[in-house]
Design a protein around this ligand. Structure first.
Ligand SMILES: Nc1nc2c(c(=O)[nH]1)N[C@H]1C(S)=C(S)[C@@H](COP(=O)(O)O)O[C@H]1N2
Ligand SMILES: [Mo]
Length: 309
């Protein structure tokens, strides 16, 4: 704990953004203390370190982030995950990592978290449905996990799967999608430092409705790429099948990079509505690669971005 504040202090001398983080984190801590007085002890703080990859935009409230969700395993309504996800058991949890890796196997959460220093990444988040939020995740780079298990030369893609447990996931008792929910990334996208595995939100363990205990976050892609409650990661030579592309290939591509210039077949992607902005909030312009163009545009050099939707 002491180390965390010490580190923040050092960091705040370097960039003004970090000074902002300090103030916000202190306020978040005070909020947790106040809540603790009424509702019992606050959740353990994760102590995630500030990161220069964070945006300096004001994050959405925890309330916004945990009550307006897409997690079809718990139903298709935006309030369904918040209402239903308490039934999910997240302990014990493990991820099967297989395919083109040096050390395949079943990794427990303890294995996965061993030696990991969590970072706070405040990222823009843009759903394909044209709404957006700003989310203070706590997590670590997917590259760190992949390097830990060893990526074989022939591996070109990473495939992810969500838990299948219809007893605890009422949405899985219906054929809304073909379960498990599946997603995938090209290897260079998976290894990019912006790509994280999130285990926390507002410096506390990630709530079930947001994908506990561990989910992917790829901030320059539409939200559906950021698969929740992951139990399997496979390294492959071929592009893996992905849930929304399987459900409707005309509307959802494998890449699905945020692109304001390419509309969804049924709506414009030029602007979005920011959740929490109130009933009369203006729509805001959507940015190329969701504002991460400088960081990721080089990954797609020579590719026709209009075809990548
Ligand atoms: N397993 C699983 N992961 C999922 C989804 C889902 O239905 N199931 N929905 C996706 C979509 S469409 C979005 S926009 C984000 C929403 O993340 P959030 O609820 O944490 O904001 O999760 C993505 N990951
Ligand atoms: Mo989404």
């Amino acid at each position: 704990m002491a180390r965390r504040w010490q580190n923040n202090l050092d960091h705040s001398l370097i960039t003004p953004k970090s000074a902002f983080l300090n103030r916000r984190q202190i306020m978040a801590g005070m909020g947790a203390l106040a809540a603790g007085g009424i509702a019992g002890p606050a959740l353990a703080k994760l102590g995630a370190m500030p990161s220069d990859y964070s945006t300096d935009m004001e994050p959405n409230t925890l309330e916004d982030i945990t009550t307006y969700n897409n997690f079809y395993e718990f139903g298709t309504g935006k309030a369904d995950p918040a209402n239903n996800a308490h039934t999910l058991t997240t302990e014990p949890w493990s991820i099967m990592i297989d395919g083109l890796v040096d050390n395949p196997g079943e990794y427990s959460m303890a294995d996965i978290m061993e030696g990991v220093e969590l970072e706070e990444r405040i990222y823009r988040f843009r759903c394909v449905e044209a709404w957006a939020m700003v989310v203070p995740w706590a997590g670590f780079e997917l590259a760190d996990l992949l390097n830990k298990v060893g990526v074989k030369e022939e591996a070109k893609y990473v495939a992810f799967e969500t838990l299948v447990r219809p007893e605890e996931m009422p949405g899985q008792r219906r054929a809304i999608l073909e379960w498990p929910y599946r997603e995938g990334l090209r290897m260079d996208e998976a290894m990019h430092p912006l790509t994280i595995m999130a285990t926390g939100l507002y410096d506390e363990p990630i709530p079930n409705q947001n994908g506990a205990p561990i989910r992917l976050v790829v901030p320059w892609k539409y939200g559906f790429k950021s698969i929740k409650s992951i139990v399997k990661i496979s390294l492959t030579a071929e592009e893996p099948p992905t849930s929304w592309n399987m459900a409707n290939a005309r509307e959802y591509g494998f890449y699905s990079n945020v692109n304001p210039n390419v509309n969804h077949p049924r709506w414009s992607q030029a602007t979005h509505r920011t959740i929490g902005g109130g009933l009369f909030a203006k729509r805001e312009p959507t940015l190329m690669f969701n504002g991460y163009e400088n960081e990721v545009a080089s990954l797609y050099e020579g590719m026709d971005l209009a075809k990548l939707y």
